[in-house]
Design a protein around this ligand. Sequence first.
Ligand SMILES: Nc1ncnc2c1ncn2[C@@H]1O[C@H](COP(=O)(O)OP(=O)(O)O)[C@@H](O)[C@H]1O
Ligand SMILES: [Mg+2]
Length: 464
Amino acid sequence: MSNGSRPRIWRHLWPRSLWPRSLAARTALVLLAGLAVVQLAGLAIHAMDRIAIDRTEIERAAGIRVAGIYRSIAETDPDERDAEAARMKLPPGFHLTLTPGPDIGVVNPVPPHMQRTLRVTMQMVPLPSRMRPTHVHIGGQWFERKYVVSLHLPDEGRWVTVAFRLSRPNLLASPTFPIAFTLMIVATGLLTLWSVRRLTEPVRTLAAAAEALGRDVNAPPLPEDGPLEVATAAVAFNTMASRIRRFVTDRTLLLTAIGHDLRTPITRLKLRAEFIDDDELRRKFIADLDELEAMVSATLAFGRDSANREPMVQLDLAALMRTILDEAIEGRPEMARQIGFAEDPPPVPIRARAMALKRALSNLVGNAIAYGGDAQVTIRPPNDSPDGRFVAVLVEDNGHGLQHPDLDRVFEPFVRLETSRNRETGGTGLGLSIARNIVRGHGGDIVLTNRQPHGLRATVTLLA
Ligand SMILES: Nc1ncnc2c1ncn2[C@@H]1O[C@H](COP(=O)(O)OP(=O)(O)O)[C@@H](O)[C@H]1O
Ligand SMILES: [Mg+2]
């Protein structure tokens, strides 16, 4: 991916390797990041709320305890109060002393709401009016959550001083909180992934359609429904596909028409050539005209082939190749030993147009035999290819191979190399262009390479 594919500032913050390639993954990532921020904000608000509620709860409980302790002392006879104080079971973290004065230590400001909560809750413990404390002092270290409450006993001079420490609100104490949080994260995450996959589905469909079109111009059109943008893209794609189709048909028609029209003048020329007196000249004339006629026939055959839309079928490439080799041997029985598989292939199922593919592969085998003197075929099943999608067919010979520029040039229509320009080898120079046309029409390709020490290798790749 190019640098421009993601915002500049991100480049420094985000390691390249962590930025996913797929549109779905990128969209999901951005959405999830946004969701996480929203979730965290919500969580913080919720947590603050919870903490406030928890704190009040804790303060109330403390207030009630303080009042309870005070009542126990106040209800006891003044003489026995010391003994009672020593005997009394106090909640953990609580300290009780009977002091001559309000012993609340260094008085730090206690938040007013805290004062209020303590006072209000202390009144919740019912006390006969003669026992009510005449004075109450509250002090503490708010930050350390330490508090001291001193209450003046009405029937003697002493004070009941209760020191205690408040526990901290704990968010994780209740299981609902983490469970709800996890559920929310998982649910939103799954929902995001699912919807992003659904939304990016059309992009994958479009890519698949483009690939199908490369294999077969007559591939079925895309459905033109779905969201507006997707439908628009589908319509544009289908329009493009039909233009390509028309372009191809027009060209083929033109080719066939020219070929057809050339036949008549060639026949006329042949008739007229008969009147040439010079035997040698007449022979050459007629040979040239024969060659011309062969070219025209080949062109017409090619046009006919591309016009008839052979359907894609499931077939066994190994079996097809075996038929081709058998037919080649039938044509040249004396070369039976030089024609065959390099090693016997297992069945290789592929989808292809049987007749067309047979023609393409026959052309290669025919060339190997005609120009190389032998034909050795190897089929490499898809699991041997790097991404497991392609089957390779190698057609090899031990001839002279080709000069470097000719490896490409021979694919051009009517190109035949001077050395092979003898009638015996036949051919019109259309074989390779037809073969490549057919193989490309299957989404594959043909490449020629020289072999060591000598010979030519035609490598055909086909989609499995
Ligand atoms: N296996 C081969 N070894 C050497 N030359 C080849 C081989 N296959 C093809 N050629 C060269 O490529 C030319 C074009 O081949 P092709 O398109 O099949 O046409 P044709 O066989 O009708 O001449 C051939 O004329 C030949 O010169
Ligand atoms: Mg040929």
